[in-house]
Design a protein around this ligand. Structure first.
Ligand code: S3P
Length: 173
């Protein structure tokens, strides 16, 4: 059965499992998954790291907002955003119009474990990624807290998290 009324939006810090949870949700609810970063990379013909490296973070944020306002128009989809999308209220306003927003969370050490070993996150390509994670989380905490329903991902599998979100979505939509 297709859900027609609303989108599901997954946000939260890097390494909180948005993409994997999105895939499970897509399977459980039979809704397409749209990943904003993947769409940006396809649109720009560049990897996120290269966009940061050549155009800078500010330009990336503009491109990200443009993509969010386009994708936010879609219906019956699961939208997975980059971890910084919450920083602009305009992004969240667009996503909120048609979507139920879930914000995934995890502890800094867990985030470090989940993100280490791949270098495709420019903000974490620093000498002390744990300190960077803590600093960014501290600054962003209020943005994540007000973004939507908080989902703690500690010690849970992506399937379990997806089932939790699907349950909330089914009864609140
Ligand atoms: C970012 C998160 C990344 C990506 C970019 C910036 C952020 O997405 O959009 O590197 O500012 O938190 P993921 O959260 O999917 O890793």
């Amino acid at each position: 059965m297709k859900y027609t009324a609303k989108n599901i939006v997954l946000t939260g810090f890097m390494g909180t499992g948005k993409t994997e949870v999105g895939r499970e949700l897509s399977r459980i609810l039979d809704m397409d998954l749209i990943d904003i970063d993947t769409e940006i990379e396809a649109g720009q013909g560049m990897k996120i790291t290269d966009i940061f490296g050549t155009l800078g973070e500010q330009r990336f944020r503009e491109i990200e907002s443009e993509m969010i306002s386009k994708i936010g128009e879609m219906e019956n989809v699961i939208i997975s955003t980059g971890g910084g999308a919450v920083l602009r209220e305009e992004n969240m306003a667009v996503l909120r119009e048609k979507g139920m927003i879930f914000c995934l969370s995890a502890a800094p050490a867990t985030i470090l474990k989940r993100t280490s070993g791949n270098s495709d996150r420019p903000l974490l390509n620093v000498e002390d990624p744990l300190a960077r994670i803590r600093d960014l989380l501290e600054f962003r905490r209020p943005f994540y807290e007000k973004a939507g329903t908080l989902i703690d991902t500690e010690a849970k599998t992506p399937i379990r998290i997806a089932e939790e979100i699907a349950g909330i979505f089914r009864c609140r939509r």
